[in-house]
Design a protein around this ligand. Structure first.
Ligand SMILES: NC(=O)c1ccc[n+]([C@@H]2O[C@H](COP(=O)([O-])OP(=O)(O)OC[C@H]3O[C@@H](n4cnc5c(N)ncnc54)[C@H](OP(=O)(O)O)[C@@H]3O)[C@@H](O)[C@H]2O)c1
Length: 311
């Protein structure tokens, strides 16, 4: 079978489509025929070595950290899944490996895929949606009636966050460039064009800022928070602690972990019509370098997918 792997850190030239041995599920493992894999910024951050201090890898390493597909075989002790089930999920990043025709997942990294989207589309949800859910509610403590400012509202995490915040009954502002202003409105946010305005020129006294862009964007958004407000970032890095003291706000940075309960919650929210994902483009496995380059350019609206099979 084919897999997109790196044998050392570097640019897209280091990504090779290798022919690798077929996999057999061990105890607690599920062998999945991958239908599609979502592309995430963490894929090229891992490829480049940017994450190596927190995520030491064993090479060769198969890139790709979320997927959907059908169960081909189950290992001893697996009780939740049967051959033929359509599943979605994300593996621990130390193992990862979704840009491959087949993958071994732990039972604890998978759930049944949502029924109201296609098998391939399901691959676009796990990482961005769970990052949004954890950022807004676990760390951000967002409640109905509160005001939230989402930085990077047109990306995978931000577009999921707008919808989840609206479903909770929050009032939402979000930043994006000119081309995405209508898209933000459609999702339910009051848009802010970051090329024209600093957030505080448009909105103040928000309860929560959720940063999905960069440390610099976070710094620029701090004046929008009310005193006693919360700042949560999905980005690797926080603004300086003195700024949080100066503005009188609490801060949190976090990373998501595989979670069956989160996958189930996301699937039920999708099937309840609370959450959708725009797929900007699909790539074949042979074009995975282009997919990574497009993600790295930082302009993705919603998500990019890599297609592994035609289901
Ligand atoms: N903590 C975790 O466990 C975790 C999990 C997932 C993701 N993340 C991180 O969360 C961040 C967001 O991920 P993602 O998948 O949503 O990224 P993404 O989909 O690649 O984000 C692309 C979007 O960012 C927007 N953007 C770029 N510069 C902007 C700016 N200055 N202000 C506002 N929007 C801007 C772009 O909109 P325009 O084209 O309109 O500029 C584009 O729609 C990344 O840093 C990622 O690594 C962390």
């Amino acid at each position: 079978m084919k897999a997109a792997r790196i044998h050392r850190y570097g640019g897209n030239d280091e990504v090779v489509i290798d022919e690798v041995a077929e996999l057999q599920p061990g105890a607690g493992e599920v062998l999945v025929r991958v239908t599609a894999a979502g592309v995430n910024p963490v894929d090229w951050k891992i490829r480049s070595g940017y994450m190596s201090s927190v995520l030491p890898l064993a090479f060769p390493y198969t890139l790709g950290c979320e997927m959907s597909g059908s169960v081909m075989a189950i290992g001893e002790g697996v009780s939740e899944f049967q051959v033929g089930d359509i599943v979605y999920g994300y593996p621990n990043l130390m193992r990862s490996g979704c840009f491959a025709e087949r993958i071994l997942m732990l039972e604890s990294e998978l759930a049944l895929a949502p029924k109201s989207v296609s098998e391939a589309e399901a691959a676009a949800f796990p990482v961005a949606s769970i990052t949004a859910l954890d950022g807004l509610f676990t760390h951000g403590k967002l409640q109905a009636g509160e005001r939230v400012l989402i930085l990077g509202g047109s990306g995978g995490v931000g577009s999921a966050a707008i919808q989840l915040a609206r479903a909770e009954g929050a009032e939402v502002w979000a930043t994006a460039s000119a081309r995405n202003q209508d898209w933000l409105r459609e999702l339910g946010a009051t848009p802010i064009d970051y090329a024209l305005h600093k957030p505080a020129e448009i909105v103040r006294d928000v309860d929560l800022v959720f940063d999905c862009v960069s440390v610099q964007s976070g710094i620029e958004a701090l004046p929008s928070l009310k005193r006693g407000g919360r700042f949560v970032t999905s980005v690797f890095g926080l603004p300086p602690a003195e700024l949080f003291e100066q503005f009188g706000v609490r801060s949190a940075m976090y990373g998501i972990q595989p979670s069956v309960s989160r996958l189930r919650e996301i699937a039920s929210r999708i099937d309840a019509g609370q959450l959708r994902m725009s797929i900007e483009k699909e790539y074949e496995l042979s074009d995975v370098k282009q997919a990574l380059a497009a993600s790295e350019a930082g302009r993705t609206r919603g998500k990019l997918l890599v297609r592994l099979s035609s289901n």
